[in-house]
Structures are given as C-alpha cells and as structure tokens.
Design a protein around this ligand. Structure first.
Ligand SMILES: *Cc1c(COP(=O)(O)O)cnc(C)c1O
Length: 373
C-alpha cells in the first residue's frame, strides 16, 4: 500500500477523510481513547507521520506548523546552556533562531564551516550537545560529508540533526548515513504547491520520537489536520515533480554555466562543481535548487528586471520557478559580516526550478541577459 494511504475505515474511500474534530468522546473516565484531543494526536497527522517516517527510514516523529517550529522542537529538548554546532552558511531562519536563543543565554551556537575538518574538530574540542547539518546548503549548495560528520558527533556524545528540506527523502536519507534526527520544511517540495506552511522532525530511534511527540504536544507545535492532509496530497506527486524539476535544473545549470555574463554556478549536478563527487556518493540526484553569480557585481537587479516568467520570491521546491537574492531576502536575518563569512555575496541569485518547460525558462533568462546590455 502507498505510504499514509490507509483506505477510509467507514466507507473504503481511497483517500482518507479530514478529521476536523478537536476533541473525542471517552467511553468512561478511565478508558482514554487513542485519539482524545487534537493538539496531542490527530489521524491526519498520524498518516502523514507514517508516510514521512517510511520515506526517511525513521521510527516516528512529529509534523508541525512550519519548518521553523520543527527546528525549534529540535532545540527545545536540549538542556539550558547546550552547545550547538551549525553550518556557517545555514538557512537564514535557522541562523536567526539559534542566534536569538544564544542572545537570551539559552544555548551556545557555533557557526562553523563544516567542510573544514580542522574547524569542526576545534568546535568539538569542548562538550557539544547537537550537531546541525544542512547539505547541500542553502543558498551556496555546499555539500558536506554526512557519514563523517555524524560519526564525529557521535564520538563526542552529541546527536546529529540534518535539515533535509532541499534534497527531500527521495534524493538523500540522512538517518541511513548516521544522523539521529531529520528535519523538513514541508512548506517546500514535500507539499510542492506553495499554499501552506508545515514542518517535520523525525527520529531514527523510537524513544527519541516519543520524546519529540511529548515536547510538540507540550509546546503546542503540531500541524493542523487540514495542513497535514494537504501535505500528504502533495507527497503523492513528489517523485514525478522532483524528477522533472531536477531534469530541467540540470539543463539550465549547464546552460547558465556557459553564459558569458555568468561568473559561477553552484550546482552539485555539474561535473566540475566542488561538491560533485561527494553529492554523487551520498545523494541520489542533485535536486532542483542552484545559485549563481553574475560577472558584473551590480547587474543582478537589471537581470531580474528583465524576467517575465520566473517570479522574484523567496521559498523553493514549488511548482513555479522562483528566483531570489538571498542577501536581502531569505538571509536578511544574517548580518552582513556573517553573510560575508558564509560567502554569500550581495548579488548572489538563488534559483528554485519548477515544472515549466525548460525552453520557456531558458527563453526567460535570455530576456534577463538581454536586459544587461
Ligand atoms: C524554508 C526552510 C526552512 C524553514 O521552513 P518554514 O516552513 O519556512 O518555517 C528551514 N530550512 C530550510 C532549508 C528551508 O528551505
């Protein structure tokens, strides 16, 4: 049976119903029903968790109202003053959350270039509680070695969480590579339709999954029944969408790399890209996201002004091709010094390839390049 597609118990419908009740009848005060109160447990969420756990090889987990609430949940269970090692070029919202909690004295965050083994060793020399991995990274598509990093964290007594939003479980399975937790913004490719927010945090180990469910209920982070059912609906077409988006991304990346106005393309699918060999080893495909820099540092806004089909917007993984300038959009939560340290140039452009025809997208970028003349 397809993951999360148990036929409806009442009438055999091939699609599960939407269970909107917030509370459920008890037969007696001593007989707690499996489903009692929907902040704690809801059947639409259960189906989505089952499907995601199957895709990631997890024992279980939780689905939350946004990717950020899933990230918060990964941090909530840590003791006060815990040390977290995160990538220096992590998702802007992850940076904002870790930095904000650090400023409150709730945890200590170290932003490290995880491709630099000596820097990781130096950060791990002290006691560490959680290693945060994001590969390929957003927006620079840096690929880091999950097996080596998770083993290093384990030896130091830390758990490892991988933000697997970009690759999706179809292209990378971090729990099989030694991670303890895997996190998603289901807002992105898993839903795929750019019409809701959602997150997931899944654990390899059943006891850890239980602990996440406890915290998610305690803090009220769980997703709504409607959002859970819509994300499950999005999952049905995930393999088709990712295949098509990746095929188009491959074509566009190779074409962009040949354009005289383009300085550099960051995409693991290109054979001469620094992270290519590692991506081939740990991913099942390069995915739908890339970033690139124009040769003329001031050209980005003219290029963007020439586009008609591709939309200037943050977010990624949806049906529509989106382009954004991380320095002023997705990563504005990261101060300019931190952006510079992460290698995010002010005019770096990030491209999330959608489902349009490759030739239509190429024609649109030709309009962008024409606007530079
Ligand atoms: C979007 C995103 C998030 C945050 O998810 P929201 O659903 O927007 O809260 C976290 N990590 C990555 C890699 C993302 O792309």
């Amino acid at each position: 049976m397809v993951a999360g597609a148990r036929p409806d118990r009442s009438d055999g419908g091939v699609v599960p119903p939407l269970w909107i009740s917030d509370t459920y009848r008890w037969a007696s005060p001593d007989e707690k029903p499996d489903y009692d109160y929907s902040r704690t447990v809801n059947a639409n969420r259960t189906l989505l968790i089952e499907a995601l756990a199957e895709l990631e090889g997890a024992a279980g987990g939780v689905v939350t109202g946004s990717g950020q609430s899933a990230a918060l949940l990964a941090l909530l269970r840590l003791p006060a003053g815990a040390r977290v090692i995160a990538p220096h070029d992590c998702y802007g919202g992850t940076y904002r959350l870790l930095d904000g909690l650090q400023k409150q004295g709730k945890l200590v965050a170290h932003f490290v270039d995880q491709g630099d083994a000596a820097a990781v060793d130096a950060a791990m020399a002290e006691q560490v509680d959680l290693l945060w991995i994001e590969t390929p990274s957003n927006p620079l598509m840096r690929v880091v070695d999950i097996v080596a990093l998770a083993a290093r964290a384990k030896a130091a007594g830390a758990l490892t969480v991988a933000d697997n939003t970009l690759p999706t479980p179809l292209r990378q399975r971090p729990l099989e590579l030694g991670c303890d937790l895997v996190m998603h913004s289901t807002t992105k490719a898993l839903n795929g339709h750019s019409d809701l927010f959602g997150g997931a945090l899944l654990a390899k180990d059943a006891a850890l999954a239980e602990e996440l469910a406890w915290w998610s209920n305690a803090a009220g982070l769980n997703a709504s029944a409607f959002d859970a059912s819509q994300i499950l609906r999005g999952l049905r077409t995930l393999p088709l969408r990712v295949d098509r988006q990746e095929e188009t991304a491959m074509r566009l990346a190779a074409w962009l790399a040949q354009q005289p106005a383009v300085e550099r393309v960051h995409y693991p699918g290109l054979a001469d890209y620094s992270g290519h060999a590692l991506a081939v080893r740990q991913q099942r495909g390069p995915g739908f996201l890339m970033s690139f820099e124009l040769r003329d540092a001031g050209a980005a806004s003219r290029f963007l002004g020439g586009l008609r089909l591709v939309t200037l917007a943050s977010s990624l993984g949806g049906f529509a091709t989106l382009i954004c300038q991380p320095s002023t959009m997705t990563h504005r939560g990261m101060p300019p010094e931190a952006q510079a340290a992460a290698g995010i140039r002010p005019d770096l452009l990030r491209l999330s390839v959608g489902l349009e025809a490759a030739e239509d997208l190429q024609a649109d970028f030709e309009r962008g390049f024409a606007a530079l003349a």
